[in-house]
Ligand binder design. Structure first.
Ligand SMILES: *[C@@H]1O[C@H](CO)[C@@H](O)[C@H](O)[C@H]1NC(C)=O
Ligand SMILES: *[C@@H]1O[C@H](CO)[C@@H](O)[C@H](O)[C@H]1NC(C)=O
Length: 322
């Protein structure tokens, strides 16, 4: 069951990446980030791109995307991705990043969100790709979302973990992101570590260390598997389902051309940055406590303890839980 689910997800993601890659190329957006779509409203003004468009463009589902103003009147700092019966929607960063702290504030679809999947992930585009996933699986009204995370290194994934959150992710914005350096990757929720992936090259495992990754997000129909294994379907009378995003800042190394010298520069930046300094090479004692707290209270699935799926426990499991 779990394995089937994981395989479905694996194929889906690979397919989406290929499609998005192909689409971007076909549209000429690959080399022309200005090819993002703008809403058709004169009040946005044609010249100065608002912050969202500066760093991102839509990949699909433009007709279900909205750009509301914030309470302080800023327009373009928030985006609402929609899902209706005809389409989901998504965006991608203009450039990929190599190392840094990358996060966004998300408010998930409320009410009956069963069958919906809201993803926020980083992914590279090489053949043996790298990916860091957050996937939010919706639920019927009053029941909790599941947050599923996964790590792909050089094309090898199958590292799903699932947790319940300690708050309702549909009432307010919360921050989700990663800290990524040469020693570890932290999955962060409101700056609390929910998962760590250490560099385990000493155990013979590939690490995410040279492929820059784009930021992606999308909301899509996952009713075949997402909620209680597919038993709860999307209630289309409640559509569109809307996920809101704001806070697009990233503190990371942007890779514009992918040339060797740029990758090299990202290493130089890493070694001179706060996110690559000695204090961030390992978990702090607070982070160790946080991870133990997650493990004893919120974990509902962990590939590391799925003995049906793996005859031998994957080697990184021994180091990734404190
Ligand atoms: C939805 O709620 C049910 C009942 O509380 C729970 O078993 C399930 O894990 C929740 N989440 C999803 C995505 O199915
Ligand atoms: C990182 O911290 C853990 C737990 O605090 C410790 O067991 C481990 O040896 C540390 N690793 C390194 C490379 O310092």
């Amino acid at each position: 069951m779990q394995v089937n689910m994981a395989t479905t997800k694996f194929c889906f993601c690979a397919a989406v990446l290929l499609i998005q890659f192909a689409t971007a190329r076909a549209d000429g957006q690959w080399n022309n980030p200005g090819g993002w779509s703008k809403p058709n409203d004169p009040k946005w003004g044609p010249q100065v791109p608002p912050p969202f468009w500066k760093d991102f463009y839509l990949t699909f589902g433009q007709h279900v995307v909205k750009y509301p103003g914030t309470p302080t009147g800023e327009v373009g700092h928030e985006v609402e991705l929609g899902l209706d019966k005809t389409s989901g929607s998504g965006f991608r960063s203009k450039y990929p990043y190599l190392f840094g702290r990358l996060s966004m504030n998300l408010k998930l679809a409320g009410g009956n969100s069963a069958g919906t999947v809201t993803s926020f992930y980083l992914a590279s585009v090489f053949k043996h790709w790298c990916e860091l996933d957050f996937e939010f699986l919706g639920n019927v009204t009053g029941e909790p979302y599941i947050l599923q995370t996964n790590v792909f290194a050089e094309g090898k994934g199958d590292r799903e973990q699932r947790i319940f959150l300690w708050f309702d992710p549909t009432t307010d914005f919360h921050n989700y992101g990663v800290l990524w350096n040469q020693d570890l990757i932290l999955f962060l929720v409101d700056d609390k570590v929910i998962r760590v992936f250490h560099n385990s090259k000493d155990l013979g495992l590939p690490y995410l260390e040279y492929q820059p990754m784009y930021i992606y997000s999308s909301i899509w129909n996952g009713e075949a598997w997402a909620t209680r294994g597919g038993r709860d379907k999307c209630d289309w009378s409640k559509a569109p389902f809307v996920a809101s995003y704001t806070g697009f800042d990233v503190d990371a190394c942007t890779v514009e051309t992918g040339a060797d010298w740029e990758i090299h520069q990202c290493y130089t930046k890493l070694f001179n940055s706060w996110y690559g300094d000695a204090a961030h090479k390992n978990l702090t004692s607070q982070q160790v406590d946080d991870l133990r707290w997650i493990k004893s209270n919120y974990i509902i699935y962990d590939y590391c303890s799925d003995t049906k799926r793996f005859n031998t426990t994957p080697p990184e499991c021994a180091v990734n839980w404190p």
